[in-house]
Design a protein around this ligand. Structure first.
Ligand SMILES: NC(=O)c1ccc[n+]([C@@H]2O[C@H](COP(=O)([O-])OP(=O)(O)OC[C@H]3O[C@@H](n4cnc5c(N)ncnc54)[C@H](O)[C@@H]3O)[C@@H](O)[C@H]2O)c1
Length: 389
């Protein structure tokens, strides 16, 4: 019989839906599964949403008080899918209670807060993971494999973007993502951190940054609590407005410890760009390019190809590529956001069963948050800022 691990999920919004789907689907894709996730309890401060979510997402039970749930003896895994201001408190308490913890990104609002979580994780002996799921896209994992195999030589340059447009309309509501107290930062922490995760994963540690950080839309109509509908909720320019105290545009130059250079851009205000999460990297022997909006594809150029065949070519990921044995049996059948969460769940449960920390774990989450801090500081000082470590 396959081992079973009981999960309590804290938060029942957008990511609650994604993680619940992954718990149900992971053994359907990856069999034998490392362990079967049992959807035990869904907790949300909104009691009705928790009860509704439990029924919808297949949890046995629901509740509104995470403190009562994390000490339950029948719970093995705590999954934190709440806004950023509650990650540290919930994670540290869960680690103290001896639970394995997966926490959504950014790990915390600041590097200092993330470090307290990493320290607690080190003390605990539990398995921990931060949910930078985009690196689990098979095309991105294939890029990592090619880089590790030396197929494009030593990396010289990394150019990454994360451009969306859901907050471009100034009448989009002032959700928690525009509050420093809850989110920590705006574009930098929310989506910039995904590109920073790509940069660290593919190239290595970032030593210093030089950034421009701006807030173009300084106020928005107030939203009375509730889920962040990412700009999809009713827009009204007549109601009272509140101040946006986080960034909405970021450009940063990067220096890596290994001598590579790079640049990243992130904004949620780029009309026409929906989930334009991209990177292009060139090395001494070739180049690799990826665009999440065409996530089944990886563009590669190998400089040692014959001169008459040189150029970017497209690989459609499938069974021959990372995670391919668990996904669909034909290349280019098409994967989506859900599959990245299913793979993340597979890697997390494999780590629990093997007892080996997965990547990215809370140390990675802390290092990414420290880089986000450096970008924000450089945005103010307009100087190169070294990354704290
Ligand atoms: N990895 C990704 O691709 C990705 C995508 C979106 C969001 N996120 C991250 O996931 C987290 C959640 O974002 P979301 O979009 O699901 O938000 P959301 O607004 O859709 O949902 C958050 C839910 O948490 C509940 N909640 C708030 N505080 C709580 C508490 N103390 N205890 C219990 N429930 C609480 C809210 O009532 C709400 O239902 C954030 O950290 C965000 O940055 C990651």
């Amino acid at each position: 019989m396959t081992k079973k691990l009981n999960v309590a999920m804290i938060g029942g919004g957008f990511m609650g839906k994604a993680h619940a789907m992954a718990y149900a689907a992971m053994p359907m894709f990856f069999w034998p599964a490392p362990a079967i996730p049992v959807r035990k309890v869904l907790v949300d401060v909104n009691k009705d949403l928790a009860a509704d979510g439990a029924e919808r997402y297949g949890f046995e039970d629901s509740g509104a008080d995470w403190k009562a749930v994390i000490i339950r003896k029948d719970i093995d895994v705590i999954d934190i899918v709440t806004p950023n201001d509650s990650h540290a408190e919930i994670a540290i308490a869960a680690l103290k209670a001896g639970k394995h913890v997966i926490c959504e990104k950014p790990l915390a609002r600041t590097g200092a807060e993330a470090k307290t979580m990493f320290e607690a994780a080190k003390r605990s002996g539990s398995i921990h993971m931060v949910a930078f799921n985009y690196r689990r896209t098979p095309g991105v994992a294939l890029a990592k494999k090619f880089i590790e195999e030396g197929r494009i030589g030593a990396i010289l340059n990394f150019r990454g973007t994360y451009l969306q447009d859901w907050s471009a309309d100034p009448n989009g509501p002032l959700s928690w993502r525009f509050s420093k107290k809850i989110a920590g930062s705006g574009t930098v922490g929310d989506i910039g951190t995904h590109v920073v995760d790509f940069a660290r994963y593919l190239v290595g540690e970032i030593s210093s940054v030089n950034a421009i950080v701006r807030t173009h839309i300084g106020e928005r109509p107030l939203q009375a609590g509730g889920l962040d509908k990412l700009g999809a909720s009713d827009k009204s320019s007549n109601g009272p407005k509140g101040k946006v105290d986080v960034d909405d545009e970021m450009i940063a130059l990067l220096k890596f410890q290994n001598g590579a250079v790079g640049s990243i851009e992130a904004t949620r205000n780029a009309y026409g760009r929906n989930n334009f999460l991209t990177f292009e990297t060139h090395g001494t022997k070739g180049s690799i390019a990826f665009n999440y909006e065409r996530m089944d594809e990886l563009k590669v150029m190998f400089a040692d190809d014959p001169a008459d065949a040189r150029g970017f070519r497209t690989i459609y990921t499938g069974p021959a590529h990372p995670y391919g044995y668990g996904l669909w049996p034909i290349s280019a059948l098409g994967i989506g956001y859900g599959e990245t969460k299913i793979i993340e769940c597979y890697d997390f449960f494999s780590a629990i069963v093997s007892g080996k920390q997965p990547s990215p774990n809370f140390e990675d989450g802390w290092r990414v948050s420290a880089i986000a801090d450096a970008i924000l500081e450089s945005g103010v000082t307009e100087r190169w800022v070294s990354v704290a470590n």
